[in-house]
Design a binder for this molecule. Sequence first.
Ligand SMILES: [Zn+2]
Length: 369
Amino acid sequence: MSQEKILIKIINLTKSLVRFQTTADNLGEKRAIIDFVKNEFKGSGVYAKKIVSNRVPSLVITLKKEKNPRLVLVGHLDVVPAERPSDFRPIVRNNRIYGRGTGDMKAACAVMIEVMKNFAQANPKPSLGLILSADEEIGGENGVGFLLRKKGFRPELAVVPDGGTDLSSVVLKEKGLIDLKIKSFGRSAHGARPFLGVNAIDALIGKYAKIRKIIPELKRGQWKNSLNLGKIAGGQATNKVPDYAEMLLDIRIVDERYRSPIMAKIRRIAPDAEIISDGSTFIQDKNARIIDYKNVFEKMLGRRIEFTRSEGASDARYFCEKKIPAIITKIKCGHIHGRNEWVDIPEMGFFYRGLKEFIEKFYSGDKTN
Ligand SMILES: [Zn+2]
């Protein structure tokens, strides 16, 4: 099939994927998209397995009947909520596809689906797999996390096109996270007689100020731990001393060695601080596979590829936990998690071509076996 025809197929598939409203609260749509993709592979001679953890479905595609393919492509089909319902109706304009989840990361999923179909025709078939999960935006524990931590999934290398800015960057570091809920209790009283009560909001603000001293404000361009006070709630009326308040904190760490010291300090300030979710940092060195990948894409794109780091987290951290290297990159896109999300169509084509070439190179040493 010509490059043009493939690209049209990928565009149409992306549009179909965007129409599924696969947000966190919509398990039915997540099931429907997994079935849709499974159906896409019908007749192509691959092995497609639906895996469910805590009702969240994922799809694992392999070309051979094997549990552990050597190389896996990894994508997620869930999205963050849309700004308006029309975001689920994709629009192609000016070499871009607009719509919720186009850049993060349904276009990349469509490319990888077509890459799998391409290699399904190969003889012999390579030991290649594709994981499509449906819970990355809410932590990934029942998708990629489940496969790596509970199902013993151990590929040699993963390709996770869910980090960085465009195909010119390959991410070597991603921050880890600690999401906390901190509560504060007081004693209610009339607002005119605050001395008779204990103000829970005051107490909470005091705790926050102390925690802020542990993790100072982050300036643009700094690669340091960060803290965001994402939500604060409490109180009922002006003239009442509040007896309860709570806050949600989003802490990002640049190295795992900070995790327990930070938590120890926070527990001294707020002993009952509750960890709502956490994720390990992703840190890896350049290795031969990543250099191969860089070379393939530099040659094809005719421009330099930089190794970068990314503040955001991705499912790649579950591979890092098991010391499995991952190639993290992204098809050029914009406004992800925001209004007017888009993905660049030419880079979708380049990603297809480059990924195919890289996979061929990955297995080229095997022929002698
Ligand atoms: Zn993503």
